[in-house]
Design a protein around this ligand. Structure first.
Ligand code: SME
Length: 161
């Protein structure tokens, strides 16, 4: 298993394409915490995001899981904020300007745009969400959604529930 990440390319597509097989390598670690921590770190630092992490469904709320970035809100209710919206609606959400999203939960004033993707368990329920934040407006598009959906599949293979 590779324990360093080397991302090549200049475009987002190229960077994601070179990153993905390396994240799959990190996911081969049997310990779930170790694997998830490394996948999130690889993602955050390779694409130079402001914040990347998982919120895990526990009863009726999302609880902060493995992440890289500044200290974040620890609990988010069902349907609350962008993360809660993605959980409730079982779909990915791209927010170009977080200030314009009703009910956005501002963990950091530096976060300007974000993408949140649901992570599904074997029976189709949302078990966590992947939350990526940028310090730039309009930083996420369908390219990110496409590639991050592949990252979500890697996360689902690690969690395997
Ligand atoms: N942006 C999220 C809150 C989590 S922080 O960004 C890490 C939201 O509104 O759901």
């Amino acid at each position: 298993m590779s324990e360093t990440i080397n991302v090549s390319g200049t475009t987002k597509e190229e960077k994601y394409a070179s990153l993905l097989p390396q994240l799959k390598g990190l996911a081969e670690e049997n310990d779930q915490y170790a694997a998830l921590g490394n996948v999130i770190s690889g993602l955050k630092y390779s694409l130079d995001f402001f914040w990347a992490g998982l919120y895990i469904v526990k009863n009726d709320e999302l609880v902060l899981g493995p992440f890289q970035g500044t200290v974040a809100c620890t609990r988010i209710g069902f349907g609350k904020g962008v993360c809660g919206y993605a959980w409730e609606n079982k779909k990915s959400v791209i927010v170009d300007n977080v200030d314009a999203f009703p009910g956005h939960i501002a963990c950091s004033s530096e976060s300007k745009s974000e993408i949140v993707l649901p992570v599904f368990g074997k029976t189709g329920e949302v078990v966590m969400v992947l939350d990526i934040d940028s310090d730039k407006y309009n930083d996420f598009n369908s390219t990110d959604e496409l590639w991050l959906t592949e990252v979500v599949h890697i996360i689902e293979s690690i969690v395997n529930i």
